[in-house]
Design a protein around this ligand. Sequence first.
Ligand SMILES: Cc1cc2nc3c(=O)[nH]c(=O)nc-3n(C[C@H](O)[C@H](O)[C@H](O)COP(=O)(O)OP(=O)(O)OC[C@H]3O[C@@H](n4cnc5c(N)ncnc54)[C@H](O)[C@@H]3O)c2cc1C
Length: 508
Amino acid sequence: MKTAVVIGAGPAGLSAAYELRRKSKDWRIVIVEEDSVIGGISRTAVCGRCRIDIGGHRFFSKSDEVNALWQELMPIQGHPAKDDLMLDRLCHTEPGGPDPEVEDKVLLRRHRVSRIYYLRKFFDYPISIKPATVLALGFWRTLKIGCSYIRSAFFKREEKSLEDFYINRFGKVLYSMFFEGYTEKLWGIHPSKIDPSWGAQRVKGLSLWKALLNVFIPKGGKKETSLIDEFVYPKFGPGQLWETLADRLRADGVEIMMESRVVGFSVDGDRIVSVTLADGHRLDCDAVFSSMPVKDLVAAIGTAPAPVAAIAAGLPYRDFITAGLLVDRLAIRNKTKLKTVGGIVPDTWIYIQEHDVRLGRIQIFNNWSPYMVDDVTKHVWVGLEYFCSEGDDLWTMGDADFIDMAAGELRKIGVISADEPVRKSVCIRLKKAYPAYFGSYAEFGKVREWLDTFPNLYCIGRNGQHRYNNMDHSMLCGFLAARALLGEGNRPAVWNVNAEEEYHEEGK
Ligand SMILES: Cc1cc2nc3c(=O)[nH]c(=O)nc-3n(C[C@H](O)[C@H](O)[C@H](O)COP(=O)(O)OP(=O)(O)OC[C@H]3O[C@@H](n4cnc5c(N)ncnc54)[C@H](O)[C@@H]3O)c2cc1C
């Protein structure tokens, strides 16, 4: 029997194993995962009786097969969730679906509410110009925004950087208020030094003009990616779905080796013939699906020509720290018409545009799933997100100091009051959360070309392809790679996931 080694038990690796097992019983499949938890970046971490999602993962895809697998593993709720019941709130249930109050394997239907917090006030995300915005910004700021937008509409810049990309679509004033500082926080580099392709992918088609139109667009009309507002979400966070898939795979004979890090490969001619683990163990193999970072993969193979090795070694990433804080109440008030348990703000997450803190985003897990919180009637469970680089001052700060700093920032910007106690906390560091599109990335094609010289190696997923892939893209990479191995597709198709012009999340 032939052996396929799958590196990584995140969405990409699990999906490759799933598809290969579904289509063929002729392969022994071994998933090798360095962590002790299934799910990669989209795992759920546990903190006492609360659960934390490292990021806040919306399950949304325009791929039918991705949606079908999600719903096969965990059906959509057929009855209201805890908060819907408490609020007597209308919710969009699926006939015959499970009751989340009784069953655990259930996907909740949630609404995305996300706003920008700036000048200690809330603004729509993406920014939209309507009377409330003008009121919050003030007349003069709004006038300046308008004038600079008109200027940018007539005098288009050549798009050499992300800065040019944003200014052409939003004008310079709006760009400096809402994009410049946040982008620098996120990437640790000024937008004038970032390739415009990042913006082309993430905010495709958005502009101030479309932001205006979206205020008036009827529900069900064609909406841009960043404005999609319903998504599904596992009762206990994203990791629950990946753990369910892993259980299914184990039952189907797939081996999953946890806490096993791949550190080397043996090559015979143009084929990879074995994978070496950190404990010295060797796994002979006939095919490899790799969702480990390209940078580490090229170094671990070790036979790349010097220029290729240098490009791979120089690939940039942004790391990430999230601090979970359990508090009794928030100081910010819910002034929307949306009903919430305890009257908390209805946002699933909030972009922090305040220039006097390093905090990037706040997740409010009560609004993702009431089952992520020990008691939604008594507590608010928030995730404070910081973008950083491995080894910098944030990364090396001790956990207790980090929690103090994070809580201090929440108090400073008025999200919690000065005397609000923190009941429970956790600090989670995540390496290589964001593959970045600057530095040696411009020459990434040469690395891909070299990796493609191994006919039995399939690079899949987010860091596996060094692409800003979401969970569904990572899954599609896994599906297509398994099919390519079985001769039902080709390897270029695997690289092409999420590479075409139209952005995948855009609703049908
Ligand atoms: C803050 C944030 C928010 C996000 N929000 C969303 C969202 O709302 N919706 C969405 O769809 N996506 C979202 N994403 C993206 C999502 O997390 C990723 O697309 C997805 O997890 C990628 O899956 P993957 O399998 O490709 O990679 P990963 O999740 O990175 O999994 C790779 C796995 O490989 C393992 N590994 C790495 N190196 C080795 C090695 N040498 N040996 C063995 N194992 C190894 C890792 O431990 C990991 O488990 C978000 C990401 C972030 C950072």
